[in-house]
Design a protein around this ligand. Structure first.
Ligand SMILES: *Cc1c(COP(=O)(O)O)cnc(C)c1O
Length: 226
């Protein structure tokens, strides 16, 4: 795997767009992350709390770490001191815990709300009505140590481009609607996290601001449950 070549081509592709690369380094060793870091990549995504905390400890402190996977409430405390953005928030209870840890660490923690856009039932995320219910709730409005910086979604794992593009279009329309009707100091529709190795081009065309790319940069992962 020629990481340098892959990163060059991603950075080149994203030049002139409004979209930024989150290099998904899960399962990959620190030496590989350092190769990307030395090429100027400063934003990395991980999906396991322990791995994220260990890599944060070990690697340069100017790296921005994004938590992209499903986050359990009892593990928020391990990443709360340093995490830059939590992509996969899909419940008020989780947000309450993130807020609590934000207070403990004397910081505001930035989050994206994950929306269910794929047809697969196994994927996490809120429906549109659940999203509206969450951001309209008094409990949410009282949380002072979190900010919602945007939305995140995962399209159906399919080579039906029309379907995948339709899911991205839907997420973008929801993002625009929330930005228009619900913007506040806590709801700031700035980041739209959509697109992975297999579908990032469509995601960028449909308005993604953060693509989460792992295997197209670092090569295939060794196990398949990621
Ligand atoms: C692993 C992962 C990615 C990256 O997947 P690739 O297909 O390797 O680019 C993106 N988003 C999430 C939530 C992931 O868990």
């Amino acid at each position: 795997m020629d990481i340098k070549k892959n990163i060059d081509s991603f950075l080149n592709y994203l030049k002139g767009t409004n979209c930024q690369l989150v290099a998904v380094s899960k399962t990959k060793p620190p030496e590989l992350i350092m190769q990307a870091y030395n090429m100027g990549i400063k934003v990395f995504g991980e999906n396991k709390v322990q791995e994220l905390a260990e890599k944060h400890e070990l690697l340069p402190k100017d790296i921005e770490w994004h938590m992209i996977g499903h986050l359990q409430r009892n593990k928020v405390k391990y990443i709360a001191p340093f995490v830059s953005l939590i992509h996969g928030v899909d419940s008020l209870r989780l947000l309450q815990e993130i807020n609590k840890q934000g207070i403990k660490n004397n910081r505001k923690i930035d989050c994206l709300l994950q929306i269910h856009i794929a047809e697969e039932e196994t994927k996490f995320g809120l429906s549109e009505s659940e999203l509206l219910e969450l951001i309209e709730s008094p409990t949410f409005k009282a949380l002072e140590n979190i900010r919602i910086l945007g939305l995140m979604g995962m399209a159906t794992n399919s080579n039906n481009d029309k379907k995948v593009r339709g899911e991205f279009k839907y997420l973008k329309s929801l993002f625009d609607k929330i930005g228009k009707d619900y913007a506040s100091d806590k709801v700031i529709m700035q980041e739209l996290s959509m697109g992975m190795s297999g579908d990032y081009k469509m995601a960028v065309e449909e308005g993604s601001t953060l693509i989460r790319v792992g295997s197209a940069i670092f090569g295939a992962r060794n196990y398949t449950n990621n």
